[in-house]
Ligand binder design. Structure first.
Ligand SMILES: Nc1nc2c(ncn2[C@@H]2O[C@H](COP(=O)(O)OP(=O)(O)OP(=O)(O)O)[C@@H](O)[C@H]2O)c(=O)[nH]1
Ligand SMILES: [Mg+2]
Length: 311
């Protein structure tokens, strides 16, 4: 083995040798190829990796019941919305997932710790929002399924390490997303603010006009308390509570809709039959007279209590 391989490579190779599942071995091989220094001295090794990748890829392809191959990459949707955690290796994606949700992903000081998508549920007041931790985005390592999951999300958290050049990380992430034709509402999360020596300021100067920037330390908890609210506000959702005429409203389980949803669409979502027989609706909400009648094209607001009358 050439003597000039970086420690991450050695570490990753050790994990490759220990890995048993072929799917995991294939991922690790691809990651090895992604991080191996590209120069003359490693050409033989690079070719070797490519050969192994192609062989293992073929083996997996030809396996019976190939559903097994894709299953680990699928994530069931749950909760009011899906938020994807996107960032370069080691930026702290998994640490943020662990801090905000019930999930306990693997966190480690070496890159490429996360290899499969890992969902977790983040409570925000009376709703749950799904966060999906992903493997890192980095050159030469573009698994299509990672971008499929990003595409299927409602919001992206672009997570950068403030201990490293931060503007460059964002530029790179945005370039990768654009390359995959992905344009999604995003928040910029400058993590490891405890290690920040001025990168945060540069990040704000460069991006705050276009993408809201927040600083946190997943490790120390700094700024983490405010993150669920930031996420909720940027999802542009409204929570609506239903009330049966003559009864108290059900304040336990809100219905969640995108901003701009009309009262008729709410009725439709609650029950098609209700919508068909819709007569009128009353509303209890901030700044409105109690129980005022509203037109069917009224756009519901966060916190509205709706009483739908039907025939
Ligand atoms: N100082 C400091 N270290 C942090 C912070 N957040 C995470 N780390 C450390 O950074 C390293 C990487 O954290 P992970 O959460 O595994 O990063 P990741 O982005 O999921 O990494 P990959 O899965 O490899 O892409 C770990 O050693 C964490 O303990 C932070 O706010 N401050
Ligand atoms: Mg991770």
């Amino acid at each position: 083995m050439p003597a000039n391989l970086p420690p991450q490579y050695i570490e990753l190779e050790k994990r490759y040798r220990e890995a048993k599942e072929p799917e995991e071995r294939l991922l690790l091989l691809k990651e090895l190829l992604a991080i191996i220094p590209k120069h003359k001295g490693t050409e033989k090794l690079q070719a070797d990796l490519k050969r192994k990748i192609s062989k293992l890829g073929d083996q997996l392809q030809s396996r019976k019941g190939s559903g097994r191959r894709t299953a680990p990459y699928r994530v069931e949707s749950e909760g009011a919305a899906r938020v994807a955690l996107v960032g370069e290796p080691n930026s702290g994606k998994s640490s943020i997932l662990a801090a905000l949700t019930n999930a306990s992903p693997q966190v480690a000081s070496y890159p490429f710790t996360t290899q499969l998508p890992q969902p977790g549920m983040m409570p925000y007041q009376d709703i749950q929002i799904q966060l999906v931790d992903l493997p890192p985005i980095c050159p030469d390592y573009r698994e299509p399924w990672i971008f499929d999951l990003i595409r299927g999300s409602d919001l992206l958290l672009l997570i950068v390490d403030l201990g490293e050049p931060a503007v460059e990380q964002v530029r790179y992430l945005l370039q990768e997303l654009e390359g995959m034709r992905i344009a999604k509402p995003s928040l910029l999360v400058g993590n490891k603010v405890d290690l920040d020596k001025g990168e945060g300021r540069l990040l704000k100067e460069a991006y705050d006009q276009s993408i809201p920037v927040f600083f946190v330390s997943a490790l120390r908890g700094e700024g983490m308390d405010g993150l669920p609210e930031r996420i909720f506000l940027n999802l542009n959702l409204v929570r609506v509570y239903s009330k049966i005429p003559g009864k108290k409203p059900d304040m336990d389980q809100p219905f969640v809709f995108p901003q701009g949803t009309t009262v008729l669409e709410v009725a439709m979502a609650i029950h098609k039959e209700v919508a068909a027989k819709f007569r009128y609706a009353r509303i209890w909400g901030e700044g409105k007279p109690e129980g005022i009648m509203i037109p069917t094209d009224y756009q519901v607001k966060d916190g509205d209590i709706l009483e739908i009358h039907h025939s």
